[in-house]
Design a protein around this ligand. Sequence first.
Ligand SMILES: *[C@@H]1O[C@H](CO)[C@@H](O)[C@H](O)[C@H]1NC(C)=O
Ligand SMILES: *[C@@H]1O[C@H](CO)[C@@H](O)[C@H](O)[C@H]1NC(C)=O
Ligand SMILES: *[C@@H]1O[C@H](CO)[C@@H](O)[C@H](O)[C@H]1NC(C)=O
Ligand SMILES: *[C@@H]1O[C@H](CO)[C@@H](O)[C@H](O)[C@H]1NC(C)=O
Ligand SMILES: *[C@@H]1O[C@H](CO)[C@@H](O)[C@H](O)[C@H]1NC(C)=O
Ligand SMILES: *[C@@H]1O[C@H](CO)[C@@H](O)[C@H](O)[C@H]1NC(C)=O
Ligand SMILES: *[C@@H]1O[C@H](CO)[C@@H](O)[C@H](O)[C@H]1NC(C)=O
Ligand SMILES: [Cu+2]
Length: 354
Amino acid sequence: MSPMAIMMHTFRLLALASCLVSAAVAHPVNSGCKSLAIRKEWRALGYEGQKAYVDAIKCLSALPHDPSLSPTGATPLQPLDANSSRYDDVVYTHMDATNSAHFTGRFFAWHRHFLHTVEGILRDKCQYGGHIPYWDWTLGDYADIKHSSIFSTDPVVGLGTFPDASTNFTVVDGAFANLTRRYPDPHHVQRNYTIHPFETQIFPFSFNLPYKDANDTQTLDEWNKIITSFVGNYTAFQEYVDGVRAEGLHNAAHLSLGGDMANVAHSPNDPLFFLLHGQLDRLWAKWQEHDPANFHSIGGGEVQDLSDFDAFPAGNGTRVTKDTIIYLSNLGPDVKIETLFDIRGGNLCYEYAT
Ligand SMILES: *[C@@H]1O[C@H](CO)[C@@H](O)[C@H](O)[C@H]1NC(C)=O
Ligand SMILES: *[C@@H]1O[C@H](CO)[C@@H](O)[C@H](O)[C@H]1NC(C)=O
Ligand SMILES: *[C@@H]1O[C@H](CO)[C@@H](O)[C@H](O)[C@H]1NC(C)=O
Ligand SMILES: *[C@@H]1O[C@H](CO)[C@@H](O)[C@H](O)[C@H]1NC(C)=O
Ligand SMILES: *[C@@H]1O[C@H](CO)[C@@H](O)[C@H](O)[C@H]1NC(C)=O
Ligand SMILES: *[C@@H]1O[C@H](CO)[C@@H](O)[C@H](O)[C@H]1NC(C)=O
Ligand SMILES: *[C@@H]1O[C@H](CO)[C@@H](O)[C@H](O)[C@H]1NC(C)=O
Ligand SMILES: [Cu+2]
């Protein structure tokens, strides 16, 4: 070998070694995965990747209801409609978890398990070769969410432009135009962008800051602040993401999109739900990886308490722990939270591309 070749060879070994070391330090509890799925940002999927997601969502929307779906009863609900779709089953599962998985300590863990389960269903039942995408609004979209490039009219891969009253806020362009959903009533998916979602009171408590811009919560500065704050304190992390009087990132993102996305029960009617929650799951993963004290931190209570929200924004009652069960209405298995900490381990086996 020439001196240059030796140098390059050594360099590669060093690079490999430092890569292994940093992986081992950052992710100590990695086990059991044959390989890791890579979840990508919507735009990084490219045309074929985006089309594959769209096709899989449409496929699931055309498959029949699975009779094995079994609501927990944790949230009082309308009866299951046997004449609904497999996609509607996914929505119904989320509706069933309205009270148990929102404004409780189950929030991030429940949504991680839900997204991973839906990803598996899309792959098993609809030959989807990809994974759940995420929408990284910190890439610059936050400066003008309504006109983000992802909301394009492209009939194959566009997520659709924001409708107005002329279509009763029904999404009528893009790949998901006129998408039919069953819950809570038969309807087409609706959106209605507003930068001031907190002007309208929708909770038993009132919003503090009616004129707060929803996109103030979606900036890159905010993102980095969240990841580096609340060290060792999951409860504080979740409380901040939901926000004082629910005016934080999670609610601001949902409510500003309006229509189906603004409803805490049936928001997954809009396939945009999975991109938004992909990003929130990514946020939890980034926060977990920021400090070893974060990785297994969990907290909040099991009981949603909107009547005393200021005191219990992350839930009242029994404290949520690693042994708390995450229920999925038989859409997938019930699991303990401890199985959901490590996205690169156990039954999860994925990571975020960026
Ligand atoms: C089932 O739904 C389809 C489409 O919405 C409708 O055409 C059909 O009449 C329904 N069948 C029953 C039995 O409700
Ligand atoms: C939020 O969106 C509005 C309207 O597009 C824009 O004027 C404002 O600068 C954005 N805020 C941030 C923090 O980028
Ligand atoms: C418009 O949408 C709302 C739900 O957002 C629905 O209650 C109403 O019936 C719709 N109006 C028409 C004319 O379809
Ligand atoms: C969606 O519905 C609207 C209003 O009925 C119609 O103008 C439009 O052509 C439909 N688009 C698709 C792709 O079906
Ligand atoms: C759409 O959003 C606007 C602005 O927030 C609001 O005034 C209107 O009531 C909303 N319409 C529907 C049907 O949600
Ligand atoms: C964690 O954060 C919560 C919510 O802000 C706070 O009530 C609690 O005291 C914090 N726990 C610790 C150990 O600092
Ligand atoms: C919520 O907490 C308060 C104070 O600890 C307690 O009195 C109340 O019973 C709790 N409610 C529920 C539903 O757990
Ligand atoms: Cu949810």
